[in-house]
Write a protein that binds this ligand. Structure first.
Ligand code: URP
Ligand code: ZN
Ligand code: ZN
Length: 467
């Protein structure tokens, strides 16, 4: 009994092997060198064969930064847990970690309950949660311990968005002290929101209302400054720190310097910062609104530094920050006032493909592709070795990837519940062929075969990189 994936090149964070993979139930049962006696034995036990000749076989992608149904700016991000996880599966992502959002005045545990209500029974792939802490008080700080017991040990805080998600340095310090005690990791949205709000007010007062102003009023220096400050607070408190959606050279330099001292500082970037730029935000007829996210897209010269950061491991993870808002119905809220454009971009479906373009271009090795999209997020977010590797006993979350196929990214063909693609018309090499989620073939050449409710909640262990 089982599914045999034959004749493929099995990839891991450390190398590649010509091998066959046997899946039994929800788990990987065996990996055997091609044509070995063991591989011949596997062939006799399988009742279904997937031919992966000429293809890569890699651990399912883990997107550690998504926002399904996220409340923002008077609306909600357009993907539900159902539509968003189906789109993720199409793109070879088999696990997401989504952000539960504590409202001001709300408790962390009631927030967690609310996110379980939204996600449980609706996800097509496995999922976990981070907690956005937007209201630091004695109760919240105590509840951080209970979140950890509930498998949610990563707490995102905002140095941006005053009056909404923003925390003061003092509040951040308190939460960091708690994390230093209880084993949690603080995730930081590092932009100096107080200074940014002044720049935004000045731009609007001068009649500058177009989407590109979103980028111009959030300069990279203010991401660098906030990143530096977050690192200092983490150093003082001893808390592990993970910088989310890092976009700018200045922030990368701060992370690299901290890592050089041995501090537990980690960072992710996102495909949009590697492939898109401030020029996209300047597109006419309000098209730039499609690219409004925070931090904003940067001038192109930042991209090379981010690729380099991925190679040197100063950037350890690529996540999407998937937070889609429809162009017609939702981005429209900010026509005539860029500060009212809902912040966020779609991307959960195309992360594996886009980062594979780094392999095609010689920017990343195959192993590094697997590492930054699957193995490291598994370790960082306490899922390894259940996820992030193809090895006996691991969950059979497996992607068969065709490195030679070509495709054109488009809203007309994507599966995300949003009316535009940030990468419309981009021609790329490489395409997902087959996807298994916990042993079930959810995508193959004939279509989608998964179902909402197949995905299970993952109570995560602590960050496995802490020293
Ligand atoms: O613009 C963004 N990034 N929207 C999602 C919320 C966040 O800050 O990650
Ligand atoms: Zn953020
Ligand atoms: Zn985000």
């Amino acid at each position: 009994m089982g599914i045999l994936i034959r004749n493929g090149t099995v990839l891991s964070a450390t190398g590649a092997a010509e091998a066959d993979v046997l899946v039994d139930g929800e788990r990987v049962a065996a990996v055997a060198a091609r044509d070995s006696a063991a591989a011949k034995g596997l062939a006799t036990t399988a009742d279904r064969v997937v031919d992966a000749a000429g293809k890569y076989v890699l651990p399912g992608g883990i997107d550690a930064h998504t926002h399904m149904e996220m409340p923002f700016g008077g609306t909600f991000s357009a993907d539900t847990f159902e539509t968003g996880t189906i789109a993720a599966a199409w793109g070879g992502t088999t696990t997401i970690v989504d952000f539960a959002v504590q409202p001001k005045g709300g408790t962390l545990l009631s927030t967690l309950d609310r996110w379980h209500e939204k996600a449980d029974g609706n996800c097509a792939i496995d999922y976990g949660f981070h907690m956005i802490v937007s209201d630091v008080n004695d109760g919240t700080l105590k509840e951080m311990d209970a979140c950890i017991d509930a498998g949610v040990n990563t707490f995102k805080m905002f140095m941006a968005y005053p009056g909404v998600f923003y925390s003061t340095d003092g509040e951040i310090l308190l939460a960091m002290q708690r994390a230093a005690d209880n084993g949690g990791t603080i995730m930081m949205h590092a932009e100096n929101g107080i200074a940014i709000d002044q720049l935004v007010a000045q731009a609007l007062a001068s009649g500058l209302t177009d989407p590109v102003q979103h980028g111009l009023t959030r300069p990279p220096e203010l991401e660098g400054e906030a990143t530096h400050r977050a690192i200092a607070l983490a150093r003082v408190t001893g808390a592990p720190l993970y910088i989310v959606h890092l976009s700018a050279i200045q922030a990368l330099q701060a992370v690299a310097a901290a890592r050089d001292t041995g501090q537990n500082v980690f960072a992710e970037t996102c495909p949009q910062y590697l492939f898109l730029s401030l020029e996209d935000m300047a597109k006419p007829y309000f098209e730039g609104a499609k690219y409004v996210a925070s931090p904003p897209l940067r001038p192109k010269e930042h991209q090379g530094a981010l690729w380099q950061g991925l190679r040197t491991n100063d950037l350890s993870v690529v996540s999407t920050d998937h937070c889609p808002f429809c162009f017609v119905e939702q981005k429209e809220l900010g026509r005539g006032d860029f500060s009212k454009i809902p912040n966020g971009m779609p991307g959960v479906e195309h992360r594996m493909d886009l980062i594979y373009q780094g392999v095609v271009a010689g920017q990343l090795t195959l192993s590094r592709w697997v590492e930054v999209t699957s193995t490291t997020p598994a370790r960082m977010f306490g899922l390894y070795p259940r996820k992030g590797v193809i090895a006996p006993g691991a969950d059979a979350d497996i992607v068969v990837y065709d490195p030679k196929a070509t495709q054109t990214l488009s809203a007309a063909t994507h599966h995300m519940n949003v009316d535009y693609s940030a990468y419309e018309g981009m021609e790329i090499t490489g395409k997902v062929d087959t996807v298994l989620s916990r042993g079930r073939i959810v995508v193959d050449g004939t279509g989608f075969h998964g179902a909402k409710g197949h995905g299970k909640f993952l109570a995560r262990e602590l960050n496995q990189y802490l020293n």
